[in-house]
Design a protein around this ligand. Structure first.
Ligand code: PXG
Ligand code: PLP
Length: 435
């Protein structure tokens, strides 16, 4: 290492440990990274669940280059540039029917803040302003800003930050290994966990609740696939009580579960949907909220000279991000990537499930092109087994993601059969060594 590493305070990283033995990525193409030693590493996590079409896609690279030369920046407050409108229309075209309005941000975290604010303001502009409570779910991840941290349910991400937003409550999570361990695809048991929302309605009264936000499939906490019928039940309860349903599709969006969005895979349409990551194939930061037309339309009242929704980011619909996103959608469409996860689910899932029976493997979960292997923790200490497996995989040319003792997999959607085999066998060897 030539340059000193101390100045960069790294996000979600054990900084001291990392800096003693850095892992530096210097190049990427297709399914692979290369490190500063020139070693090739298969990217088993699509960057950070975002590079869905694989790395270095020529069409996207060219679009970003061209855009930087043509129009580097344009405000979207009280003016616009053509690609912003084009992209919004293209997103609406692949979204569930009726979700035709798009608000842009620069990350998933900002998309979440935006969605929560739309939900609060929507009730207020309709004269139902007592609906101020926000409901998240245990083990949920909704980014790291204050609203998202508040509705989020990962303890380690919350405990340092005081009382966060008031008026927030949480549903129970859906993880139930006693009944559902080693389920292939959606687990059979747990639809009734959605009734937990009725408990919160009984406690707070529906008239005080603005919205429920959940990941249709929880990613960051270690891949929790929704039980059959769970999301339908949540939708019904929200409808019964006039509560908005927000799907945080930052990970599940753009083909990860086998359809463009999780809403389509699971057959449940939310009122608002947050997107990021795969929207630009991870190449330029961007996030978005998709809203049902009726939600947007509720704001379009009063004096037309007035701003209807006082919210936005300097870089909302940044030209580089719009250009990257349009080229990304073209790439997804040309190669059928938004449904490739459905085609590969069987093969990817079967391969992963062969890890059942390996030392300490207590669960394997899968859906589309997302999967997880959960290892039994070493009693008493911090999670070690998955971390040891991660390091072994890295040494052997495979990048996977760990959270606690869960190893998560979300390869680029361009993955080929042999690469599925490489992932599973490299992981198998690592799990045996981590025992
Ligand atoms: N919502 C969901 C469901 C997410 O998964 C965010 C919001 C926040 O997006 P930004 O762009 O602000 O990071 C996310 C992000 C991991 C991991 O390893 C997951 C995320 C980010 C970083 C790491 O599980 N998810
Ligand atoms: N802080 C200050 C002082 C600002 O002027 C602005 C934007 O103008 C922001 C924060 C918000 O920045 P952004 O719009 O990039 O989120």
């Amino acid at each position: 290492m030539n340059q000193p590493l101390d100045a960069f305070w790294m996000p979600f990283t054990a900084n001291r440990q990392f800096k003693q033995a850095p892992r530096l990525i210097t190049r990427a193409q297709g399914m692979y990274y290369w490190d500063d030693q020139g070693r090739q590493i298969l990217d088993g996590q699509a960057g950070l669940w975002c590079v869905n079409a694989g790395h270095g896609r020529p069409r996207i690279v060219q679009a970003i280059r061209d855009q930087a030369g043509e129009l580097d920046f344009a405000p979207t407050f009280q003016m616009g540039h053509p690609k912003a409108f084009e992209l919004a229309a293209r997103l609406a075209a692949i979204a569930p029917a009726g979700m035709g309005k798009v608000f842009f941000s620069n990350s998933g975290s900002e998309a979440v803040e935006t969605a929560l604010k739309i939900a609060l303001a929507y009730h207020r502009v309709r004269g139902d302003g007592a609906r101020t409570r926000l409901i998240g779910r245990e083990r949920g991840y909704h980014g790291v800003n204050f609203g998202g941290t508040s509705v989020g349910g990962i303890v380690g991400n919350r405990k340092l930050f005081g009382t966060l937003l008031g008026g927030v409550d949480h549903l129970r999570h859906t993880h139930d290994p006693a009944r559902n361990a080693f389920s292939f695809g959606m687990p059979a048991h747990g639809a009734e966990l959605a009734d937990d929302l009725e408990r919160l309605v009984a406690l707070h009264d529906a008239s005080t609740i603005a919205a429920v936000i959940v990941e249709p499939l929880a990613g960051s906490t270690g891949v929790l696939v929704p039980p059959v019928g769970y999301l339908q039940r949540l939708r019904e309860i929200c409808d019964r009580h006039g509560i908005l349903l927000i799907f945080d599709e930052v990970i599940t969006g753009f083909g990860r579960t086998g359809a463009p969005f999780g809403a389509q895979t699971f057959g449940v349409t939310p009122d608002l949907m947050t997107l990021a990551k795969g929207i630009t194939n991870g190449c330029v930061p961007m996030g978005a909220v998709l809203a049902k037309n009726a939600i947007h339309d509720a704001f379009m009242q009063g004096d037309e000279r007035m701003i209807e929704f006082a919210h936005g980011y300097t870089y909302s619909a940044h030209p580089l991000a719009c250009a990257a996103a349009l080229a990304t959608l073209d790439t997804y469409a040309e190669e059928g990537l938004l449904t490739r996860g459905a085609e590969l689910q069987e093969e990817f899932g079967r391969a992963l499930h062969t890890l059942r029976g390996e030392p300490n493997v207590i669960d394997v979960r899968n859906l589309g092109l997302v999967g997880a292997v959960e290892l039994a923790p070493v009693p008493g200490g911090p999670p070690q087994r998955a971390w040891r497996a991660f390091l072994d995989c890295w040494d052997n040319g495979l990048l996977v993601r760990t959270t606690g003792d869960i190893i998560a997999l979300s390869p680029p959607l361009i993955i080929e059969r042999e690469q599925i085999g490489f992932i599973v066998e490299t992981l198998r060897a690592a799990i045996r060594k981590a025992a």
